[in-house]
Design a protein around this ligand. Sequence first.
Ligand SMILES: Nc1nc2c(ncn2[C@@H]2O[C@H](COP(=O)(O)OP(=O)(O)OP(=O)(O)O)[C@@H](O)[C@H]2O)c(=O)[nH]1
Length: 690
Amino acid sequence: MSLLRLSGIQRLSPSVRQTIRSTTPLRNFASHVNKPLQSCIASLRHLSFSSSNRTSLTVPSVLSHPKRCFSTSPEADQQGRVDTQRLDMSKFPQSHIRNFSVIAHIDHGKTTLSNRLLEMTGTINTEEEKGAPLDALQVEKERGITVKAHSTSMFYKYNGETYLINLIDTPGHVDFGYEVSRSLYATQGAVLVVDACQGVQAQTMANFFLAFDAGLAIVPVINKIDMPSAQINQVQEELMKSFGITEEETLLASGKTGMGVEKILPAIIKNGGNEDSPMGNPAGPLKVLLFDSSFDRFRGVVCLVKVMDGVLKRGHKIASAYTKQVYEVQDVGILYPTQLNTGALYTGQVGFLIAGMKTVKEAQVGDTLFDPSSPVEALPGFKPSKPMVFAGLYPVDSSDLEKLKDAMAKLTLNDSSVTLQKETSDALGMGFRCGFLGLLHMDVFTERLEQEYGLTVIVTAPTVPFKMIDAEGNETMINNPSQFPEGEAGKYTYKEPMVNASIVVPSEFVGPVLVLCEGRRGVQQDMNHMDTRVIFKYKLPLSEINTNFFDRLKQITSGYATLDYEECGYEPVSLTKVNIMINGSPVDPLALLVPRERAEDMGREIVTRLRELIDRQLFAVAIQASIGSRIVARESLSALRKDVTAKCYGGDVTRKRKLLEKQKEGKKRMKMIGNVEVKQEAFLAVLKRD
Ligand SMILES: Nc1nc2c(ncn2[C@@H]2O[C@H](COP(=O)(O)OP(=O)(O)OP(=O)(O)O)[C@@H](O)[C@H]2O)c(=O)[nH]1
């Protein structure tokens, strides 16, 4: 068995190359395929996916450090466990280190498989630890999704030698793609997990090409082979057709039962050989890549680092290339799976670092840390993640504003991709305009506010960032419909963010998917057949993807379609604002920016939907949509008071109180707009489209 890696490019047959070229949704991979390896590496060095939100690699780490050092490793027991009390990290030279990420489409079983590996190597032992050590956030456990990449080290004995293996479990959802790209930067290999029932899906392709472009060794694993509906042969064919991965290269496993999992670590060690151990100069001046950071209430900022050259030791001084600040290393070690102080990390090793940084802003992801007495050239760094969805967050109870501010400040300590700005709404009072990576990211953030800080918030209709351009060509970003210059809109031109979307769908659903994409202003770029499935590539406005596109896609394909997308620049749009009024008063959080040609239809659709979402009140309610001063739609709610206690025969006070309490509970996520109660669903009515 051999690992697929950069040098494997030449092995690909012309038909496979063609398939990769035509089915590659996200990168211009084809341009590297036919070149000799040297020029291929040279061009990879200069790869800069400038238009990509997901991709932030610029120079694959494997290419930038020419030296390696080999010697022997320390003794471990048969399972690979070492005496953590006397752990000497200097005993793990580069030849005995493997750093790899686990990548896959969402729900294909990365976390389950990663946990199996930790169990197998004795890294986790107790039942509690086996729970879900790699999905640490409450929201991750509850939803069964990974939101943040999780790094863990383990020891593994192979052919009498102990290896230090660092595994990074990455999120599968497209919103958190930036976590995948920066994780890949700290690794030399990637385990590509593919569900045996679902086969190659949209994020399988996106993540494969991220890893492939970074020159990583790829270990393909067909997972969930215990499932009765597993179609191993078919998935194998898809891997061959999509990526040129042969049957001999593929491992079969089940993260759930543990079947076949024992072959994964040997594959990572053996097949890559020393070629896949991390490079770097152990005798060189200290150079450390900071690839992730989090905030610990007790310990301050915890950085995740990879030592590129030299040795990182407790007590030594380090400087940040980004902030120019100097710190003293207070603690350094590996995550096993919790922090284990080792006093030092050596070239090629991945672990944590605590250096008295006060906020995560000081711990800029992609930063280079070095010895201030021996300055080094900074690593190229990562492109910062850019928020693509903006929404207002308002406390249901206005007196919670300060609490909300504090809670958001704390949450953003751990999630620097969220942007915050104070805003005031006529209808909702004081709140915050927040920028998120996508709708799931927004959902997770608001859920964490509720779970971790007990705060209930109203989220207003999300909008994408538009560009407003004046006659001189000056650009202003518009993240809120209230910034739209209604009276003088004609003085400006507008641009909207676009995405390149890849959709994988069974052939029988081609028709409905075409109709959906065209209806959402999509322009087809490509369409390819892969056995019984079709891969579409569409250029679509991001605002269209954000309005229940994925839900509709799932509905019309009986749940089979998968979607991946990445930002691909801005295109002109003729923009206008639709205002919504309740009983004659404009409700600013319900306003939306839409293409002029769709504005009237959208106004009508939203007013109809709001009619269903706003409860009847003691008085009549009029809901209207207007464009400028022109009313384009109107719906009315007649007066009615729903008496929830009507069925309680007079005397039973306790029962009556219980019902009223229940009704109160149901009103929790509501806001009074004028004298009309508007519930959370109404604010998100704009997200729904037929
Ligand atoms: N039958 C079976 N089910 C599995 C296997 N591996 C994972 N699952 C199930 O598949 C679902 C998703 O598993 P996860 O490990 O959370 O998937 P993931 O890829 O980490 O998910 P994200 O990080 O959210 O993308 C869970 O319900 C698992 O129990 C397997 O080998 N066999």
